[in-house]
Design a protein around this ligand. Structure first.
Ligand SMILES: Nc1nc(=O)c2c([nH]1)NC[C@@H]1CN(c3ccc(C(=O)N[C@@H](CCC(=O)O)C(=O)O)cc3)C=[N+]21
Length: 288
């Protein structure tokens, strides 16, 4: 058996097309959505992600505002830029790319919750727990949207999430157990006693621990859907070059029914959901 590819790049292209229509409808009312990004330092991976987000915006007709700060910028310097974007009417929503090396909670808390297109402001995470609509984190929603677009059933499914981080695992558990998703979730992590036994129960496995190859073929139930979220930079022993390693081992493709490749799976979906959060924030703002 060879798994079907959950093609995040193809779905990103489809979602961009859908968003272009919504952006055009906003334009008729004189509204142009604007995405701001704040990047601290020179990390090549972070620079690539931020650059990709601006290229995405250009394709969809979203205005974008880029604020790059030098490595070693202080918390007050970053908070000053956050304050400027909070006050800028051209900026519908913005993100501060993590990691900044600074107090992330202080930065997240300073963002106007209405402009928090990362869905990571304490108020928005609080609304998620309390069950009121608010911007949702992009990677978890990207995982769910990718499954939906391939008609992988979520309601009633047993989902094992590997990883409890703030940006993926923790909010995924909260989102998947809402009435609208209705999954049964087991939230695992690198300290889980018998990870293989947990994963083997799952109809859907979401690997977001940041440990290369932590989910292997022998752990996966035949036919399950497996999403590879983890991104680790490793040195390829054969070429000696750096490359991205996901959390899903290659042999999973022989067992699973669906696999999201990495790259080309959840990463592009994260960008799609960011664009979608920006357009939605602009629609909310336009509706008053
Ligand atoms: N405030 C904040 N919000 C984020 O959403 C956020 C962040 N900080 N910090 C870092 C993570 C990571 N992230 C990715 C976005 C796109 C791809 C992506 O599109 N990757 C491509 C290309 C990967 C490659 O080839 O290097 C792919 O998977 O196909 C990956 C990862 C957003 N993050």
């Amino acid at each position: 058996m060879t798994a079907q590819t959950l093609d995040g790049r193809a779905i990103l292209a489809t979602i961009k097309e859908e968003l272009r229509g919504r952006v055009a409808a906003l334009a008729e009312r004189g509204v142009v959505p604007g995405l701001g990004t704040v990047l601290v330092g020179e990390d090549p991976g972070s620079r690539w992600y931020v650059g990709a987000k601006h290229r995405d915006c250009a394709e969809v007709g979203i205005h974008s505002i880029r604020r790059d700060l030098p490595a070693g910028s202080s918390l007050p310097e970053v908070l000053a830029v956050v304050g400027e974007l909070n006050a800028d009417p051209a900026c519908t929503g913005f993100i501060v790319q993590q990691p900044t090396g600074l107090d992330e909670n202080a930065i997240l808390s300073a963002v106007d919750p209405a402009k928090d297109v990362d869905g990571l402001h304490p108020t928005n995470l609080g609304w998620l727990v309390l069950g009121r609509p608010a911007p949702l984190p992009c990677t978890p929603v990207g995982c769910i949207e990718l499954l939906r677009r391939y008609d992988v059933p979520i309601a009633g499914a047993k989902v094992v999430v590997v990883g409890r981080g703030l940006t993926v695992g923790r909010p995924l558990g909260l989102i998947l157990t809402r009435r609208s998703e209705n999954a049964t979730v087991t939230l695992c992590h690198t300290g889980t006693r018998d990870l293989a036994a947990e994963v083997r129960q799952a109809d859907i496995v979401i690997a977001a621990a940041g440990v290369p190859g932590i989910v292997t073929g022998e752990m996966v139930k035949p036919g399950a859907a497996v999403l590879d979220v983890g991104v680790s930079r490793v040195l390829d022993p054969e070429t000696g070059k750096g490359r991205v390693a996901g959390d899903v081992a290659d042999d999973v493709w022989e067992v699973a029914g669906f696999v999201s490749p990495n790259p080309g799976g959840v990463g592009p979906m994260t960008r799609a959901m960011l664009l979608s959060n920006v357009v939605e924030a602009a629609e909310h703002a336009a509706a008053g």
